[in-house]
Design a protein around this ligand. Structure first.
Ligand code: NIG
Ligand code: FE
Length: 407
């Protein structure tokens, strides 16, 4: 049996439970002073205060803050190239959807991704995962969606599967073939939707390459009705629905969560009150992405209204080469406080337990409790407020993943 004792924890902070926390519970966090955590065979065996049990291997937290490992529940991790050329366009006032309509944006990343081998995609994503782990992230959701043809979508998802096996960070795979209509189907969007539903989704499911199916429900991309059809096709093959909803225009994406029973809805920057009510009824996790609002120069999702309406809120990076070329979840935590007016406790729940719930893993990760996987961060910080207050530095001291010290 492999045992690791983390002792001399100045302050342990964790949400509790094995499902998403909503309303007031989102801000209810357990604080334990002078604590210890005993890990056995990759799991948390015991949590206590004061006198610690004996263990052969001991990690001294030196009085610092310890939280669960962070969970990034929304990333577009696998892509070829970057899009620094779009910065100048943005500065000249060209909008995100205009760039896409001109064949740039997502479609230019599609060209670069189709040209990349699986090895090249893995190498690039591995470097990003290394950086995420150093920033305290121990589980990452990763989407396809830069292939938009059968071969490249499968290549992206196989890269995710390979990295999940190779890298200490755990990955959850989402099929996002409905990220844009590819250029070869520009005159035949119906043909592309049928191709996704009848050909690609069955192949993805047959190879067991994804757990979730996502769509970009947006003006000029996929309508709410088209999104519904694609998500229903995914459900028939066991893929759990997620929706990029209300990022730029509110065209019904957040209401669709209730119709299809989505596990999460993403972005929600311009989410209307009907969308909030639908998510509350459906128990959908609102996965909000404040670094994308920041980067697009748009407004910020109505998170206080969501919390008041008992919608569980998760925060994620949305790491991608266009609307958010940052994978820094600590910056996202800062923005959660400063832009969404969330408390540090609400933010901690949003990047741990609620993020785990958004990827169907709240029973396994997201809190420091007996039986959960031993994913923990030791911070160069005395308390949780400090982590949310400092800006622009990496405050992570050590990361323990599945009971093993990564650095
Ligand atoms: O979540 N909105 C759609 N997808 C990504 C952006 C992808 C891109 O610009 O490459 C997002 O913001
Ligand atoms: Fe996204």
């Amino acid at each position: 049996m492999e045992r690791l004792l983390i002792q001399h924890i100045g302050l342990l902070a964790t949400p509790e439970g094995d499902s998403a926390r909503r309303g007031e519970e989102q801000g209810t966090v357990r604080f334990l002073k002078n604590a210890w955590v005993l890990c056995e065979d990759g799991k948390i065996a015991a949590v206590g205060q004061g006198e610690a049990p004996e263990a052969a291997r001991v990690l001294d937290a030196q009085g610092k803050l310890v939280t669960p490992g962070l969970v990034d529940a929304h990333t577009h991790l696998i892509f070829g190239g970057w899009r620094q050329n779009e910065l100048g366009l943005k500065l000249h006032g060209v909008t995100y959807l205009e760039i896409l309509a001109r064949g740039g944006g997502i479609l230019s990343t599609v060209r670069a991704t189709r040209a990349a081998t699986e090895d090249e995609l893995c190498d690039k994503a591995r470097a990003a995962l290394d950086e995420m782990l150093r920033l305290g992230v121990t589980t990452v959701e990763a989407k396809s969606g830069y292939g938009l043809d059968l071969e490249t979508e499968l290549r992206q998802l196989r890269a995710i599967r390979r990295l999940n096996e190779e890298h200490p960070v755990d990955l959850a795979a989402t099929f996002l073939g409905a990220h844009a209509v590819p250029e070869e189907y520009k005159q035949d969007r119906e043909g592309y939707i049928q191709f996704l539903c009848d050909k690609v989704i069955p192949e993805v499911a047959a190879e067991g390459l994804a757990e979730f199916c996502d769509v970009f429900c947006e003006t000029g991309v996929f309508s709410a009705e088209e999104s519904r059809r694609i998500l229903e096709a995914g459900k028939k093959h066991g893929l759990v629905p997620k929706i990029h909803a209300d990022e730029i225009d509110p065209i019904g994406g957040s209401q669709l969560t209730e119709t299809v029973g989505a596990i999460s809805a993403e972005h929600l920057i311009v989410c209307p009150p009907e969308g909030i009510a639908a998510m509350a009824r459906a128990g959908t996790v609102a996965c909000c992405l404040p670094a994308t609002s920041f980067y697009l120069g748009s407004t910020f999702a109505p998170v206080r209204e969501m919390i008041s309406a008992s919608v569980p809120v998760a925060l994620a990076s949305d790491f991608n080469p266009g609307s958010c070329p940052s994978l820094n979840l600590q910056f996202v935590m800062n923005l959660g406080c400063l832009k969404y007016r969330m408390t540090p406790e609400e933010v901690l729940t949003a990047v741990t337990l609620n993020a785990a719930a958004a990827i169907n893993r709240a029973g396994r990760i997201g809190s420091i409790e007996e039986g959960k996987q031993a994913d923990l961060v030791i911070w160069d910080a005395p308390d949780l407020d400090y982590v949310c207050y400092r800006l622009g530095s990496n405050l992570v001291s050590r990361v323990v993943k599945a009971g093993k010290l990564c650095f």
